[in-house]
Design a protein around this ligand. Structure first.
Ligand SMILES: *Cc1c(COP(=O)(O)O)cnc(C)c1O
Length: 395
């Protein structure tokens, strides 16, 4: 039954993903169920999206109530959920101005435009440069792809948007080597996700901040994957107090509703995008904004970030034990509930085996297993995950 539908999908969908051969049908807490009713423990969370787990009643009820009221207007009018969501996201991020998008890539596009406009207003020139990082991932649209530090993703789609340079995360000299009088922004993920779970170090971020302050370069932090509590603070930069000039957020922000946002300080807000410069039909519509509002409310009500900080050391400990037990695991990297195990070979087989045993895992690059579970996981869930994973590695 499931196979028939999968065969159908393979005829109809553009083959841009090598999909695992299951149809996911429903979710409950940290578990997913396929169309045959088989249960899976989910350590992927829709790629760091389902922070509160599946079928969270208060969240679902809030969405249903908004559907019955008003789903969409236009950004030519105000709507109450968006007014509220803007205020809430300001208060959790400490940023001053927000623009809502429908996805992460669109948040990056907006961030790039804001940075370019800021520089343009300073000198009237259009030749400004952005420094991004190797191993970075910022999305698949042309602007976001242009700042993504993986040549394989960019190759066939040249030319990219111009004036992008690349440096290495946690290597301040490599960044300095790319800076010149045309540099308008430095863009990085506070914790690199797709590229292999590389956290930016505190000292590196602080040096970047100092350089940006000195030269009036904008620091743009991409918090699309590492933000919304995953790293033990609403936004990962808050752990170090290194505040960006522009920040992007998405993934967990909408709890499964496709939303994103880019935010900026008042300094950038007052000297960049103005009426007519940027827009979106759906971004911040009442339905999407209601999702953001309820997510933030539930984070507060259920003390989600406290939970991340209390459970993450347990996950780290268990992953470290696993790394000590198996020679094929070379290292663990990560922050909070965003962790990676580095193997000495591709992890595709392990992921396939885990799936058969009812555990959903994903990779981040060929050799790295990535752990981005719902933020509400418990020690029991972690124990169960580790025991299945150990079996898969042993095989
Ligand atoms: C997923 C991701 C994006 C792109 O977000 P989409 O919603 O897929 O467009 C950008 N940056 C980072 C760090 C991401 O993890």
């Amino acid at each position: 039954m499931m196979q028939e539908k999968i065969d159908q999908a393979e005829k109809d969908l553009l083959h841009t993903y090598n999909r695992y051969q299951i149809i996911l049908d429903k979710g409950e807490g940290v578990h997913l169920y396929d169309a045959d009713g088989k249960e899976y423990l989910d350590f992927c969370a829709g790629i760091a999206v389902f922070a509160l787990g599946y079928h969270y009643k208060d969240f679902d009820d809030a969405l249903k109530a908004q559907i019955d009221k008003l789903m969409h207007t236009s950004n030519y009018y105000y709507n109450e959920p968006a007014i509220e969501a803007a205020h809430k996201i300001k208060s959790i991020s400490g940023m001053d101005r927000v623009f809502f998008t429908n996805s992460g890539a669109e948040a990056i596009e907006g961030a790039i435009k804001a940075a370019r406009k800021y520089a343009y207003l300073k000198d009237g020139q259009t030749d400004h440069e952005i420094i991004a990082m190797n191993h970075s991932f910022h999305g698949r649209t042309m602007g976001a792809l242009s700042v993504t530090g993986n040549p394989k993703y960019r190759e066939a789609f040249q030319p990219m948007i111009g004036n992008i340079r690349f440096a290495d995360i946690n290597d301040i000299d490599s960044v300095k080597a790319q800076i010149n009088e045309k540099t308008c922004a430095i863009l990085l993920e506070t914790v690199q996700g797709e590229g292999g779970i590389y956290p930016a170090e505190e000292a590196f971020l602080k040096e970047l901040r100092a350089i940006c302050d000195e030269k009036d370069i904008l620091l743009i932090l991409d918090e699309i994957q590492c933000g919304m509590g995953r790293c033990g603070a609403y936004y990962a930069w808050q752990r170090f107090g290194v505040k960006p000039d522009i920040m992007t957020t998405a993934k967990a922000l909408g709890g499964g509703v496709p939303v994103g946002a880019f935010l900026m300080t008042e300094k950038v807000g007052a000297h960049s995008l103005v009426a007519g410069d940027h827009g979106t039909t759906y971004g911040g519509n009442p339905f999407a904004a209601a999702a953001i509002c309820k997510m933030i409310d539930l984070f507060e009500q259920d003390h989600i970030i406290d939970h991340v900080n209390s459970i993450a050391p347990y996950l780290e400990k268990k992953l470290d034990e696993l790394a000590a037990r198996f020679d094929c695991i070379k290292a663990r990297r990560g922050v909070g509930l965003m962790q990676g195990l580095v193997f000495d070979k591709p992890v595709g087989d392990i992921i396939q085996k885990a799936l058969k045993k009812g555990l959903i895992l994903i990779n981040a690059g060929a050799d790295i297993l990535r752990f981005v579970p719902p933020l509400v996981i418990t020690e029991d869930d972690i124990d169960r995950m580790i025991s299945i994973l150990a079996e898969c590695i042993e095989d």
